[in-house]
Write a protein that binds this ligand. Structure first.
Ligand code: PCA
Length: 211
């Protein structure tokens, strides 16, 4: 049997909301070029701008033609790595980095209400727990850019059959983000643990793509 090959697109986001870092963008950068079961990771950072984010995402998807796409994002307050189950066709937020606000706005006009993630979520959960990394399945990716990225990727995958798996993973804040004056009392996870967690998630996805 020929060895599996191809690309997995791993995106993260730039910092937003007045924070000076975003672990998701740092992880996408750190994992760019790495290999899992014959699949090469293309790591890229997306803007926190609801108009520009899809433009950048579509251009990456067209250029890279990945077999799977995994979005990463920061959700301050999450206690563990969270595997999002569902992306919904709705945006509702006050301001992104470009100052855009959205109120009760569909992501895709007349698009279906929601899509389920097609990542092997239970397998990823099991794998992370087996190596001692806290993680859980989450029922809401919010109504901001991360949900937009998740819904947009799953919608794209319905018409671009080369993408067989798509989904989104939210990350807790980094310790240094919650030890200043603003983040006190928030949970955190260090970068090395997040990196190990996302690496294990990528091996799981690559193993599923191989089948
Ligand atoms: N988190 C935000 C958008 C960018 C990010 O990293 C979110 O949860 O929607």
């Amino acid at each position: 049997m020929a060895k599996a090959s191809g690309r997995i697109l791993l995106t993260g986001f730039e910092p937003f909301g007045g924070m000076d870092k975003n672990p998701s963008g740092l992880l996408a950068q750190a994992l760019d070029g790495s290999e899992f079961s014959g699949f090469t990771i293309t790591g890229a950072e997306l803007p926190v701008d609801c108009a520009q984010m899809p433009v950048r995402l579509y251009s990456l998807l067209e250029k890279i033609q990945p077999k799977a796409v995994i979005g990463l994002g920061l959700a301050v307050g999450r206690t563990a790595i969270s595997l999002e189950r569902i992306g919904i066709n709705l945006l509702d937020f006050k301001a992104d980095n470009a100052g855009n606000g959205c109120y009760d706005r569909p992501i895709i006009e007349n698009g279906q209400a929601a899509y389920f993630s097609t990542l092997p979520l239970r397998a990823i959960e099991k794998e992370l727990h087996s190596v001692g990394i806290p993680c859980y399945l989450s029922e809401s990716a919010g109504l901001y850019l991360c949900n937009q990225m998740l819904y947009t990727s799953l919608h794209y995958a319905t018409t671009h059959r080369h993408i067989t798996r798509a989904g989104f993973i939210h990350l807790p804040a980094l310790p240094e983000m919650v030890t200043g004056t603003t983040g006190a009392h928030q949970p955190s996870m260090n970068f090395e643990t997040q990196l190990a967690g996302i690496s294990h998630a990528l091996s799981c996805v690559a193993a599923f793509l191989e089948k």
